[in-house]
Ligand binder design. Structure first.
Ligand code: LLP
Length: 422
């Protein structure tokens, strides 16, 4: 994103031009930025541990165009459901490039996951016998909850530790792999995903040490060679303009060092190291363009936009901060204002008070930053406010990668019993 003489552009295209062409609210992704983010993260870890691979957690932003960018960069896909597996397969990823990390799976999920030939990452020991009813995968991985998790999104996305619903308790890990081994499974991986949006580089070696102490003992006791250890995602981005970002070099160097030391300590055959981040790749490469439709002065002054919690759920859901720019007015005098969307819910009043250009007016465009991760994917159609369009920009050109929803989309798949139409 660039601001020149107050005019904002993304990927070399003025946001006004994007809004005129595609309408608002509009998700815009900067392809070069996604690629640069991937290369920075992958390059750093690869440098310190060459047998390294990254999978992209597609839940973060599941547009097939984005998943294709990640595939072109060499990433596999981390999938939470059968439909995400179908998406990963549809862009041409093969089974060994897809990890299925669903939780609380149904029998249908398990059967279809098995049939799809992807790497099965089991969130609980109880899934194993259910999986074996349908067949025996060549390889399994278990998701381990190492007893500790953290996140910059408060407690909301702390995905490990005693309060998390994810993963296997450390005391049950050896039993899980023993059962798998006894069932004749010969290839093994191990996984954790402890939290999201962490910008403290020391966190990653710390949790790696926790996981390796669990896995090391299991490997030694059962004589298992782990083919891979997956450290999950969690690479964080700063959301506030003055917030420091993650020191990727330090995170990679210290994590690889911890990993290597633990591999040596437990006498393991050096496994491949995997990670499956998502936010770090697409978070700051995605922008949400909205229009100011209406301004009211009531108990306070409120700027009404078409960016509501239906379009970007994170602020209402987690109290997350997203920076807002106003096209053409960034250098203007500021005053404290409220800003909201168009829904009939007060949680939609997602900026209660913030310094914004004092002369913000109807017809202005706002640009919400860091909207690429968990933005569109968590949006919904409440109040008949339909899902936004998505656009990919590269070298000054824009391509529509998802149509704006229409009324037909809103009622598609609904059925009215005949007697109700009389
Ligand atoms: N792997 C697994 C198994 C995951 O569940 C996730 C995200 C990731 C990888 C990618 O994590 P990341 O690198 O993006 O931290 N909706 C929340 C974030 C939820 C994270 C869910 N799991 C938010 O908007 O902050």
């Amino acid at each position: 994103m660039k601001i020149e003489q107050d005019r904002i552009s993304v990927g070399g295209i003025p946001v006004r031009e994007l809004a005129n062409r595609f309408g608002t609210p509009l998700y815009v992704y900067d392809e070069e930025k996604i690629r640069a983010n991937y290369r920075r993260a992958f390059g750093a870890f690869r440098k310190y541990y060459p047998n390294f691979e990254m999978f992209y957690a597609v839940k973060c932003c599941n547009n097939p165009a984005i998943v294709n960018i990640m595939r072109q960069e060499g990433a596999g896909a981390d999938c939470a459901s059968v439909n995400e597996i179908l998406l990963a397969k549809s862009v041409g990823l093969s089974g060994e490039k897809v990890m299925f990390s669903g939780n609380f799976l149904s029998d249908d999920d398990i059967r279809q996951g098995l049939e799809s030939g992807v790497i099965f990452n089991l969130d609980d020991i109880s899934i194993l016998p259910r999986l074996l009813k349908f067949g025996k995968p060549e390889m399994v991985s278990f998701r381990i909850n190492p007893g500790y998790g953290r996140s910059n999104v408060g407690e909301y996305v702390t995905n490990a530790g005693p309060n998390a619903k994810f993963g296997i308790h450390p005391d049950k890990v050896t039993e899980a792999y023993r059962l798998a081994k006894e069932a004749g499974i010969r290839r093994f991986g191990a996984h954790m995903m402890t939290g999201s949006c962490i910008t403290d580089a020391d966190y990653f070696p710390f949790v790696t040490g926790l996981l390796m102490d669990i896995i090391g003992k299991t490997g030694r006791e059962l004589g298992i060679d782990f083919e891979f250890i997956d450290l999950g995602g969690g690479l964080g981005i700063p959301y506030k303009p003055d917030e420091p970002g993650l020191d990727m070099e330090a995170a990679a160097q210290k994590t690889a060092e911890m990993f290597r030391n633990k591999v040596a300590e437990y006498g393991l055959k050096p496994p491949q190291l995997k990670m499956e981040p998502a936010r770090y790749f697409v978070g700051n490469a995605g922008y949400l363009i909205g229009s100011v439709h209406s301004i009211k002065e009531s108990y306070r002054k409120i700027i009404g936009t078409d960016v509501g919690m239906n379009v970007l759920a994170r602020p209402a859901m987690y109290g997350s901060y997203h920076h807002i720019y106003v096209d053409g007015k960034e250098s203007h005098a500021r005053t404290k204002l409220g800003l909201c969307g168009q829904l009939c819910e007060n949680t939609d009043f997602w900026v209660k008070e913030r310094e914004l250009p004092a002369d913000i007016a109807e017809g202005d465009l706002i640009v919400v930053e860091n909207a690429g991760a968990y933005g569109f994917g968590m949006s919904y159609q409440y109040n008949g406010r339909l899902r936004a369009a998505e656009v990919l920009v590269k070298n000054g050109a824009a391509e529509l990668i998802r149509d704006r929803e229409t009324f037909e989309d809103m009622v598609r798949h609904t059925h009215v019993p005949a007697y109700l139409t009389k």
